[in-house]
Design a binder for this molecule. Structure first.
Ligand code: RB5
Length: 148
């Protein structure tokens, strides 16, 4: 599976470590920036890039990291069709795939440690969407975007 990674300046080292971790597990990781911890960037730019890459079919899923995970996920969720979830622990990361069919996991480099972040990724990428009544609910989210 191809996975897009994006972060702001607060999360360069964590993103690098997580990309190595996921590459070792067999995922193809694509880096959408940022690249330099010394250069401040605006988290909406990376959130938008990864979200648009998913909609364009360049990557299947995404990992977004800023200081809290909140701003970058808010930006990603503005791209129609994207469901990005901020999760600071593995249970929510698993459930947002099983019930919400989220394509993007987000968290904060100032919130979670490196090892917890790996557990969050394990839970997110190990989960499968359950469909059924959850598909109907996800469809209702899509309907909001389409003004249905
Ligand atoms: C950057 O200082 C910080 O605002 C950003 O990383 C993020 O936490 C925003 O939601």
């Amino acid at each position: 599976m191809k996975v897009g990674f994006g972060c702001d300046h607060t999360a360069i080292d964590l993103k690098k470590e997580l990309m190595e971790y996921m590459t070792e597990k067999g995922y193809e990781c694509v880096d959408y920036g940022a690249y330099d911890a010394k250069v401040r960037v605006d988290y909406p730019d990376q959130g938008q890039k990864v979200a648009e890459a998913i909609i364009a079919g360049e990557v299947e899923k995404g990992v977004l990291i800023c200081g809290t995970g909140i701003g970058i996920s808010l930006a990603a969720n503005k791209v129609p069709g994207i469901r990005a979830a901020v999760c600071s622990e593995p249970y929510s990361a698993e459930m947002t795939v099983r019930h919400n069919n989220a394509q993007i996991i987000a968290f904060g480099a100032r919130v979670v440690g490196n090892e917890l972040a790996k557990k969050i990724l394990d839970a997110f990428f190990g989960a499968i969407f359950e469909g059924g009544r959850h598909a109907e609910r996800v469809q209702k989210i899509c309907n909001i975007e389409e003004n249905i």
